[in-house]
Design a protein around this ligand. Structure first.
Ligand code: ASP
Length: 360
């Protein structure tokens, strides 16, 4: 089934039944419980298929009220209210939704009665959205993203328990000041450290360099450490009043690479280029020359790695100082792109950008 398959309304009904419960969330808040606002953006957690054992499905079919109503058990942690930000597969995530989401989160966390936020999202780009919010949300209150690998209609759907655990974390005082978090499959990741590693497995998210920030089993939370870098209330970047973000492209290195895509990115208006390099952020001599030429013209060029784990160090096999490059350190290419876009809102200085890669 293609992504554009029109879902039979009956399948959505089946999905909600499989999610467990069709009861409505009580309009009456329970006194004494914190308030958690659920912002839905789409993804497989809100996806549905015509049968419970098929691979093909459509993301973003179930609305926020249905998502909340499907997991009434989460009401023991918090009074919940929902808002629909978008209803898209996260492969379609874009700057418009990002800015809308960031502005809404910042407005909500400024409200004294809001204790925390849960954001439902697709798994494909959750690591990028989580890191973006980690850098631009100005609050220590918990902001927790969650997702699912299986649609709401699937046999053994993983969304309901992920949602339950995400609400538990968002309502928890222990989550305060730990930056933006991602809760999936019993694990709590900090936004700076997680990455998607499997196209289909439920256990897809890992934090390969720094490990988990915590775990959550049926709402029982354990935190092991604080966030990896500066974030949220300590972040120097902001999207307050921002309507467009600078273009930054990611280009993957490979055997026999030339400079054609590097030049094309610059010609398309990229203010920054992130290379998903081989090994420790390496690329062919031809590509290095093309990248250095763009760096000389003012395009900010970052060396990251296509390898899943490990740091990309400065001046290892390439002389970044001489070539005018930034080393991504612990950021994978997609995180490096997010950080560079936000850094470029405030500086062009290579020293300043490198410092931010070090600190965030
Ligand atoms: N393509 C889906 C998305 O990212 C996959 C998922 O949510 O698991 O929205």
């Amino acid at each position: 089934m293609s992504r554009n398959h029109r879902l039979l309304p009956a399948a959505v009904g089946l999905g909600i039944a499989i999610l467990g419960h069709t009861g409505r969330v009580s309009a009456q808040p329970s006194s004494g419980l914190p308030t958690v606002v659920v912002l839905a953006t789409g993804g497989t957690i809100a996806g549905a298929a015509a049968s419970n054992v098929q691979a093909g499905y459509t993301s973003g079919q179930v609305g926020v009220d249905q998502l909340i109503a499907a997991v009434p058990e989460a009401k023991k942690f918090a009074n919940m209210r929902g808002e629909q930000i978008s209803n898209i597969g996260s492969q379609d995530m874009n700057d418009e939704v990002w800015l809308k989401l960031a502005n809404r989160v910042n407005a909500l966390v400024a409200m004294p009665d809001v204790a925390g936020i849960v954001i439902t999202h697709g798994t494909d780009t959750i690591e990028e959205t989580a890191y973006f919010l980690d850098l631009v949300v100005k609050s220590r209150k918990p902001v927790v993203l969650t997702a699912a690998m299986r649609p709401a209609t699937a046999l053994s759907a993983d969304g309901p328990l992920n949602f339950f655990n995400a609400v538990a974390v968002a309502a928890s005082k222990e989550a305060v000041g730990r930056g933006v978090l991602v809760v999936v499959n019993d694990w709590i990741h900090d936004a700076a450290s997680l990455t998607k590693t499997s196209t289909t497995a439920v256990q897809t998210f890992w934090s390969p360099l720094s490990g988990l920030i915590g775990t959550v089993a049926y709402g029982q939370i354990e935190f092991y450490r604080g966030p990896v870098g500066k974030n949220t209330a300590n972040s120097e970047v902001s999207v307050d009043g921002v309507t467009t973000l600078p273009r930054v492209d990611i280009i993957m290195a490979h055997e026999n690479m030339d400079g054609a895509l590097i030049d094309a990115a610059a010609a398309a208006g990229a203010k920054g280029i992130v290379i998903a390099g081989v090994g420790n952020g390496n690329l062919t001599d031809k590509a290095v020359k093309a990248l250095a030429a763009q760096a000389k013209k003012g395009v900010v060029c970052v060396r990251a790695s296509r390898v899943t784990t490990g740091r990309v160090g400065r001046n290892v096999e390439l002389e970044d100082d001489k070539l005018g490059f930034i080393a991504s350190l612990d950021k994978n290419p997609q995180k490096a792109r997010v950080l560079l876009r936000l850094a470029l809102l405030k500086t062009q200085s290579l020293a300043d950008v490198q410092r931010m890669f070090d600190e965030y």
